[in-house]
Write a protein that binds this ligand. Sequence first.
Ligand code: SER
Length: 472
Amino acid sequence: MKYLSGNEIRQKYLDFFKERGHLVLPSASLIPHDDPTLLLIGAGMAPFKPYFTGKVKPPATRITTCQKCVRTGDIENVGRTARHHTYFEMLGNFSFGDYFKKEVIPWAWEFLTKVLELPADKLWITVYPKDQEAYDLWHDVCGVPAERIVKLEDNWWEITSGGPCGPDSEIHIDLGEERGCGSPDCGPGCDCGRFLELWNLVFTQYNKEPDGSYTPLQHKNIDTGLGLERVASVLQNKPSNFETDLIFPIIEYACRVSGKTYNADPKDDVSLKVIADHARSVTFMIGDGILPSNEGRGYILRRVLRRAIRHGRLLGIRKEFLVGAADLVIDMYGDHYTDLREKKSYIEKVIAMEENSFLQTLEQGTDLLNQKIDAMRKAGSTVLNGEDAFQLYDTFGFPWELTEEILEEQGFTMDKEGFEKAMEAQRERARSARNDKEGKPVLYETRHLKLGVLTVDEASKNGKVAAIFPAH
Ligand code: SER
């Protein structure tokens, strides 16, 4: 096993599959194209759904990519575990009605053991119990001994919202007994951390329909996903993905700005990791054209960005720091994702505006929340009422998840139902204001925007003034 940088691993992967007849495509945008079922791309195969289903003809039947992915489903775990991220990269090779199991299994084995030189005797395989064909290929062709091939019922891959899916087979690496839980049942699938899943090979044979049923696809396909950060952690011999060269320089940056030391205080480490992870998401999301807003993917961006800023505060950072983190991300990733360099000043501007406006309110909002927490403590209550939570959201722009997280850190919860009610009541007020000719318009608060950092969008010169209201 030899040390390889994240950039080298990415390149070796793409080259390996190029040599095996694959078209190398750049990563698709994080914004799904023509796919209302997804807010963001969260898997390497997601941009190729129409190719798998046969709706659109692919430019080649063999494609390989390194896909940018953002997932925020378990954002609270980021920084608390070795491998949870909101941003990650997935290396993938895809067959659309071309090769199938007997090609992809030996290739995966060859890439890991010959190109990356991972120790074969540390690799474990899991297969879908009924998939004898996959089992035999691992055993007879690759020579994996039976005791390291495990049959697991959950070797089935699909996106909850539907689309192409099928049985899968995973490759795990044993990181050593000292990393494990010691249980006699410990093995791939145990979540103690000893067995690290590296690569998932999906044998895409079905389409999950909106009603939940499975229809066989016309062609059999292959969809694989190899986590770049995970492989880097193994080849760089690091205890977690955060110490790899794909992330660690951002942690070092956050240490410099905050004056903190990594590995000195577990609480600080969480914040340092959150900042490093979120800085990557924010940079790539803005680079792909997402703007902070209160809805949809814009809200996801806002939430991630504001969460990073709050963790900066927890580290004692009092000034703006996220633009510097994004600059570093652009430096680290700009050779491969060349568009980041072209969009650098735009990315900086968007972050600066959002960071600036949020910093102004963060302090006031946090003070207010702390007062409420004190009052709850005195009153012996543990639940923040929905109206108060909504006030923080509405007045201070606190993503409600942030309020919830701060509360949870101190042993409190939030009345989510009450919050939803207050939100709905506000929507209703806005609706009736729109229908009321005499009513006041609902306008975004724009007075804090610094005009100096705004630019003119040359492409949108034609506009129509719909109404003019007096300032109030
Ligand atoms: N779709 C599979 C995954 O995301 C393999 O790419 O794990």
